[in-house]
Structures are given as C-alpha cells and as structure tokens.
Unconditional design. Sequence first.
Length: 174
Amino acid sequence: MSSPLGDSLDDGLPPYEAPAWYTDPLTAGGPDSNVPWHTAGAAPAPEPGCHVCQARPAAPADIRSHTGMIFWGQTRTVPGPFCRQCGIALVRTMTTRTLWQGWWGLLSLLVHTPLTLARNAHAYRKFRQLPVSTPPAGRDSIVPGKPVLRRPQAYVALVPLVWAALLITQIARG
Ligand SMILES: [Zn+2]
C-alpha cells in the first residue's frame, strides 16, 4: 500500500531555492536592502547647536574671563559651541570684565590675563566668520551689545598697563 504522500516525496516538487534577498541581502527588495550591516545604526550625529540658544551653525570655542586677586586669580570658562550672536556677546562681556578685573595680581598681569585676552580674541574671529543665525522657536540669542572699546570699564586696563610701563622704565634706568 502506498501512502498518499509517497508520490510527492519522490518527485514532482521543484528543488528548494532560497529567495534572492536571502542569499544576497543587498539585493533590492530584501529586508535590509539599503542598509549594509557595517553602517547600520551609525547615522552621523547632528551638528551641535549654540550652547545658549541652540541656533546653527555654531563654532566650537570656549570663552573666558580672568579676575586677578593680588596673590591668586580665577579664570571662568563658558564652554561652547556658540552661534555668531551669542559668541560675540559673551566675548564682549567677558573680555570687558577681564580688562578691568584681570590685572590685580602679578601672575595675572603677566600670564593669565594676556592669555585670556588672546584666547577670547581667537574665539571672536571664529564667531565673526559665522553667518547670522536664527534660533529655534522659543529660544533667543544674546544681543551682542556695544563693542569692547565703547565700554568704559575696558579702560581700567590702562591703569595697570601704565603702572607696568613705569615699573619697566624704572628698572631699565637702574
Ligand atoms: Zn546662540
């Protein structure tokens, strides 16, 4: 007696063929057709926005201010990135603060304050190269305000500079 399945086991069925997407996952129509395995999940991270207002583009630069206190000093750092408006605003504010608070200590006068001013000037040039950006809804960028040399506090810097110049002249005369 032959089973009703007997015939079909022997013949009549085509040999099994895997679908194309199974043998070649990059073939169009397969489940992973457009995503090679080595790039899956590696989407590029979005460019970070401004630290203050989230606007793009933003330049990665920290902004500093230095306060001299006779025997020691304190440097404050606000980490970037910043958009053009916020960057320029913070450079102006923190540079002005450094110009009137930065000189009151020998190490501050000779090292920290010149370094802080140079770094802020470098950051300022970066922000100046950015286009004006629009922050996302609900966020505001900082208003840049007056340039440093139109802020009276900046001229406090002349006092220690004149003092240092006098000191150097005296030393030079013996
Ligand atoms: Zn901003």
